[in-house]
Design a protein around this ligand. Structure first.
Ligand code: DX5
Ligand code: ZN
Length: 220
């Protein structure tokens, strides 16, 4: 079966010690580092941008999984690629030209991801499956860490898993928001192969144990 990847979200790290927090999570056994970029416009919160990501790049070899919650997105794609993003995920709701954004991301030599907010149906992606490397299902409304997992999203995860399998493309399926050892089994049973977790990993003192707990829960 598919290997389960764990991607801790830096949003719940200590922002006064970001370099150390990034290095520590690699040591703790993370597969990717998830970086939440928020603009105070597409979502009601502001986090960090390309300069911070570029500064963190030398601190780890982990793939940088950059989740852009910004609008507009196209003018900033090159800056995030240059900052060291390995994957750039944009929101399907962030504008009418998702196709163009995905084309632009791949043209920069970066893996292309697309995310869906809880209210957005999976069918929104039916015309772009050949252009994406990663689909990220939001299981909370984007903007903040520490929110409760929306079980209503498991049906969407199942539908997307079916769409991916039918397409034949090697698309990863990630779930983001409210993932912990209690909710991880629901996400994995529905077909997720990447678990993104902020508070359930960076919010814990023993991050290695927290990552192991997610892997164990996902395998159960
Ligand atoms: C929310 C972000 C998430 C967030 C997850 O807008 O996209 O990545 O950091 O945090 P938890 O795991 O605490 O829900
Ligand atoms: Zn995220």
């Amino acid at each position: 079966t598919m290997p389960l990847l764990i991607a801790p979200s830096l949003l719940s790290a200590d922002f006064a010690r970001l370099g150390e927090e990034v290095a520590a999570i690699e040591q703790a056994g993370a597969d990717w580092l998830h970086l939440d970029v928020m603009d105070g416009h597409f979502v009601p919160n502001i986090s960090f941008g390309p300069a911070v990501i570029a500064a963190l790049r030398p601190h780890t070899k982990l793939p940088f999984d950059v989740h852009l919650m910004i609008e507009p997105v196209d003018p900033y794609l090159e800056a995030f690629a240059k900052a060291g993003a390995d994957h750039i995920t944009v929101h399907a709701e962030a504008g009418p030209h998702l196709h163009r954004s995905l084309q632009a991301i791949r043209a920069l030599g970066v893996k292309a991801g697309v995310s869906l907010c809880p209210a957005t149906p999976p069918e929104m992606l039916s015309q772009v499956l050949d252009m994406v490397d990663l689909i990220l299902v939001m299981s909370v409304n984007p903007g903040f860490g520490g929110q409760k997992f929306l079980s209503s999203q498991t049906h969407k995860i199942r539908t997307l898993r079916q769409m991916i399998n039918d397409s034949g493309y090697p698309i990863k399926l990630a779930v983001d928001g409210g993932i912990d050892a209690e909710t991880a089994p629901q996400a994995v049973a529905a077909g997720a192969d990447v678990l993104i977790a902020g508070s359930a990993v960076y919010g814990k003192t023993d991050r290695a144990a927290a990552i192991r707990a997610l892997r164990t829960a996902g395998a159960a």
